[in-house]
Design a protein around this ligand. Structure first.
Ligand SMILES: Nc1ccn([C@@H]2O[C@H](COP(=O)(O)OP(=O)(O)OP(=O)(O)O)[C@@H](O)[C@H]2O)c(=O)n1
Ligand SMILES: C[C@](O)(CO)[C@H](O)COP(=O)(O)O
Length: 261
């Protein structure tokens, strides 16, 4: 192993060894209902975004967090994160975009070139345990190009033919549940892989290409890359609808009661 000689070289190697995280936080949260942008809505008196960034900052694998904020809320989000002392990690805020995909791409552009591992984590998943963050980063460090945490499904899933008028939907088939997983974040990537697929997607978009994907691993799949799954956690669920916030409050109250979280 080559031993770095100059302080500059040592710094670069230290940066490469740790992961950076992008947190897309520029969504409105339409499905959660009226109110502030979802990332700024409170859970236990603290914005969802702060919970999500804290969860990442708790991981020794993460050295930098880049938040993609609502474009008109960059200063507000930066001040908010400043006010919530976040374990001495390097936290940066950039303007997000019109879609999740664009917000991730803009966040990725703010990560120093020497960082080799990038995690992408929804602001809307405030309660992800640090073990999941660590496991995703470790799997990328071990050689995977794209890693997603996921959990088995509790419900039987049916593929249907959606009806324009909202009538009863004919069932097409019932996929074998044993082969299905519900995918969470953080998703982890070799930086160059994530960069390449986002650039390809952008080029495709410009030429009126394929429909957007709902997660970053989906872009890797689309362009022929290999994605692997590691165990997720039931508490890493996404706050999407009002009931999710009720559930998140209950999980947080249980954590606070049990370990002073
Ligand atoms: N233009 C967008 C849209 C979404 N997101 C982020 O992507 C994550 C996951 O998206 P989702 O849960 O769908 O959030 P929203 O888009 O805010 O929700 P909705 O679809 O209900 O409006 C969230 O942290 C959200 O802030 C983003 O950064 N930029
Ligand atoms: C990235 C994600 O959280 C993985 O489950 C999900 O795909 C985001 O989807 P959304 O429609 O933007 O909520």
């Amino acid at each position: 192993m080559a031993i770095p000689t100059s302080p500059k070289e040592r710094n670069l190697n230290a940066t490469a060894a740790v992961a950076a995280a992008v947190v897309p936080a520029a969504g409105r949260g339409e499905r959660l209902g009226p109110g502030a942008p979802k990332a700024l809505r409170e859970l236990g008196g603290v914005p969802l975004l702060v919970h999500a960034v804290r969860a990442l900052a708790r991981s020794r694998a993460v050295g930098l967090v880049v938040v993609a904020a609502p474009p008109d809320g960059v200063a507000e989000v930066a001040a908010l994160l400043d006010n919530h002392g976040l374990d001495g990690k390097d936290i940066r805020v950039v303007a997000g975009g019109a879609t999740r995909q664009e917000s991730v791409r803009l966040g990725l552009a703010a990560i120093p070139a020497e960082v080799e591992i990038v995690l992408v984590h929804d602001a809307a998943r405030p309660l992800v345990p640090v073990e999941v963050v660590d496991a995703v980063a470790a799997a990328v460090r071990a050689g995977a190009e794209a890693v997603v945490p996921a959990v088995p499904l509790a419900d039987t899933v049916k593929r249907v033919e959606p009806q324009a008028g909202g009538g009863p939907e004919p069932v097409v088939d019932t996929p074998d549940r044993a082969t299905l997983r519900a995918v969470q974040t953080p998703q982890g990537f070799r930086r160059e892989v994530l960069h390449e697929v986002h650039e390809k997607a952008l080029a495709e978009e410009a030429s009126g290409g394929l429909p957007p994907v709902t997660d970053d691993a989906g872009l890797v799949e689309r362009f022929g890359g290999r994605v692997v799954v590691v165990p997720g956690h039931e508490e890493a669920f996404k706050v999407t609808r009002p009931l999710d916030l009720v559930l998140a409050e209950a999980v947080l109250a249980r954590r606070r009661a049990s370990d002073g979280f």
